[in-house]
Design a protein around this ligand. Structure first.
Ligand SMILES: Nc1ncnc2c1ncn2[C@@H]1O[C@H](COP(=O)(O)OP(=O)(O)O)[C@@H](O)[C@H]1O
Ligand SMILES: [Mg+2]
Length: 380
């Protein structure tokens, strides 16, 4: 018997589903049942269904389990011609690894990609040798160009300084970013977008940017939560004679925070000033014997109130002008890194092309290029 969740994963139609569960919990069994359902219930020929896995072993396991399921159904209905057909179709069914599926698409459309049909797939070792060659070439070109052009010189040498003056650190960083962005469909567009987030058009207040406004809203939210928590404590200790002074103190805390919120007025710099003007009264001595309640108030004031405000100060860490200045500097560096990666990609692609190689990332990207059209910023 299937569990309720398994049955749901088997039956759900017309939507993407994601099944995540621990090993041996029945994911493969569910997948096999889903496919078998499509065949038995909806009479879809098995070779019209695409099933992709990451490893050859998983693909073989799926094929075998599907075969067993079809045999079982045939046992129950030995005369069913549709089922008999499925047994022959399963051999040509697309139950394969993601890479062999992509390769199949590439092989049958190589003209469209402008590649040699005799391409070879280069393994990790070969591709890292080509990558090394490519990156050293870019670095060499950059050094030459920097020494001829003073502007460039500052760019490269300043950047290297960030990497402790060591080429190999810069190289490692470039290669890491390069391999990271490979998992995005349109990797350079993604990278460009990520970088442009640092390109804040200089405004007078950081709240004029999405980036600044997001932080501003989070901080105000945080302050409002502190107020709510303080009010809850006030409600708890009101009514106790020996806590009159504590109620007054907490009410003062609340008005300090409320005033900070009120004075911030959607301005980063005003929020910065308000936070830095916050100061709290010292707690008066407590002479009663309700020590639990006293501890509740003290803990609130250290752990929630004071720590909370310190956290907010860390978020709104500088005035707008200083943040703009730092971001502009960062943007200069990362734009330089971006250009570096684009140059590297060009040379690496050329080296692969000269050797008739394609690597594993190319397999995914080329297949995607064939399957997806980008039109007016939408993917079809
Ligand atoms: N609801 C269930 N009741 C009993 N056995 C189950 C159930 N779901 C799966 N199994 C069995 O558990 C074992 C492991 O399932 P499998 O699909 O290979 O797990 P996974 O792919 O998640 O590692 C298989 O023998 C499968 O038949
Ligand atoms: Mg499995």
């Amino acid at each position: 018997m299937w569990t309720e969740e398994q049955q749901l994963a088997i039956d759900k139609q017309n939507s993407n589903i994601l099944v995540s569960a621990s090993a041996g919990s029945g994911k493969t069994a569910v997948l096999v049942e889903r496919v078998i359902n499509k065949v038995l219930k909806y009479k879809i020929d098995i070779d019209k269904i695409l099933v992709v896995t990451f490893t050859n072993a998983a693909a073989a396991e799926l094929k075998e389990r599907l075969m067993i399921a079809i045999y079982k159904a045939l046992n129950e209905n030995p005369k069913d011609n549709f089922l008999k057909r499925q047994l022959t179709y399963i051999n040509r069914a697309s139950i394969t690894t993601i890479h062999s599926f992509c390769l199949e698409i590439i092989r049958s459309n190589f003209q469209e990609l402008n590649i040699d049909p005799d391409f070879k797939i280069c393994d990790e070792t070969e591709s890292s040798i080509l990558k090394s060659k490519a990156i050293l070439k870019v670095l060499e070109d950059e050094y030459i160009e920097s020494n001829e052009n003073l502007d460039k010189k500052n760019g490269l040498y300043n950047l290297l300084e960030l990497f402790g003056g060591k080429d190999e650190n810069l190289i490692e960083c470039i290669l890491n970013i390069y391999s990271y962005i490979q998992s995005f469909a349109f990797e350079f567009e993604w990278l460009k977008q990520a970088i442009e987030k640092y390109n804040l058009t200089e405004c007078s207040d950081l709240c004029d940017t999405d980036f600044g406004m997001d932080i501003y809203n989070d901080v105000i939210e945080e302050l409002k939560i502190i107020v709510i928590k303080a009010e809850q404590i006030v409600n708890k200790i009101r009514g106790y004679e020996d806590f009159i002074k504590y109620v007054e103190m907490l009410q003062e805390d609340i008005s300090v925070i409320k005033l900070a919120i009120l004075n911030s007025k959607n301005s980063w710099d005003k929020l910065y000033d308000s936070l830095n003007n916050i100061s709290f009264l010292r707690a008066p001595a407590y002479k009663g014997d309700n020590l639990n309640l006293k501890a509740l108030v003290s803990n609130f004031r250290t752990d929630v109130l004071k720590k909370g405000v310190e956290k907010c100060k860390k978020s709104v860490y500088q005035r707008s002008a200083q943040v703009f200045k730092d971001q502009a500097k960062a943007y200069k560096y990362i734009s330089y890194i971006y250009d570096f990666i684009v140059k590297f990609d060009k040379i690496y692609k050329k080296l692969k092309n000269d050797n008739n190689y394609i690597d594993f990332n190319d397999i995914e990207h080329m297949a995607l290029k064939l399957l997806v059209n980008k039109k007016d910023d939408r993917f079809i």
